[in-house]
Design a protein around this ligand. Structure first.
Ligand SMILES: Cc1cc2nc3c(=O)[nH]c(=O)nc-3n(C[C@H](O)[C@H](O)[C@H](O)COP(=O)(O)O)c2cc1C
Length: 216
């Protein structure tokens, strides 16, 4: 399976070689992010793409000087919504109505359901819920990069406060939850490029419950 080979090929690159990710590949990775599923379909996040070298340099201390920030050619910042407002829900419903060519009035029950799910949660619970959705998009981006033979590094090693400040995210009701650096590996400088992938064996990771019951 080509896609399994690609997923095995990918690793979290620690050093990149400065080569720019071609526009078409970056566009495909963005499209994979756009296609990621999310709870209720809300996509409660914004995706910020930073290719500008000066802005990546400014972000570098906020991302703890991880070399991929400057050695890659693009950063994708997954910023979760801090809240889910009625306006955001209505914009989503308007999109459904327009895309599927149905009257928005017919979505009243769905609207109530979404707002009901939101009203039962604290602001922190809503943010964490949104952040979980953003991580699904991060997973899609990481896989899509591998399919494009583009190297990537998913990153939590950064200061959300500092990234938020530099990109003015709080003012927009957002907070950075994950960063993906994109570029091409520097296999000479990066020891991890040659390191075998460490994963738990299938037997340790997966439990097939019918089998468990049969042997109980
Ligand atoms: C959410 C998340 C955050 C991560 N944060 C960092 C990071 O800040 N810096 C880094 O070099 N690698 C980071 N990694 C990479 C992991 O260490 C790496 O994916 C893991 O060790 C498995 O190795 P592999 O992806 O190279 O196969 C992160 C991975 C994930 C999924």
């Amino acid at each position: 399976m080509k896609y399994l080979q690609d997923l095995d090929w990918r690793y979290a690159a620690k050093r990149m070689n400065g080569q720019a990710v071609p526009v078409a590949k970056l566009e495909n990775i963005k499209e994979a992010i756009r296609l990621a599923p999310s709870s209720l379909g809300l996509q409660p996040y914004s995706i910020i793409v930073v290719e500008d070298a000066a802005l990546r340099e400014a972000l570098s201390p906020a991302i703890f000087h991880q070399p991929q920030v400057k050695e890659g050619s693009a950063l994708i910042i997954f910023a979760a919504w801090k809240d889910i407002t009625e306006e955001q829900v209505d914009a989503y419903l308007a999109n459904i109505a327009a895309t599927r060519n149905i009257p928005v009035e017919g979505l009243g029950d769905f609207r109530k359901m979404i707002l009901g799910a939101v009203s039962g949660k604290t602001p922190e619970q809503i943010f964490q819920w949104n952040a979980r959705q953003a991580y699904i998009a991060l997973g899609y981006a990481t896989a899509a990069a591998a399919f494009e033979q583009v190297d990537s590094t998913p990153m939590e090693g950064f200061s959300p406060e500092a990234v938020n400040r530099i990109l003015s995210l709080e003012e927009k009701g957002l907070s950075a939850v994950a960063v993906l650096a994109l570029g091409f590996r520097d296999a000479e400088k990066d020891n991890m490029a040659r390191a075998p992938k460490v994963r738990r064996p299938s037997k340790a990771l997966f439990t097939h419950y019918e089998n468990e019951l049969a042997t109980a």
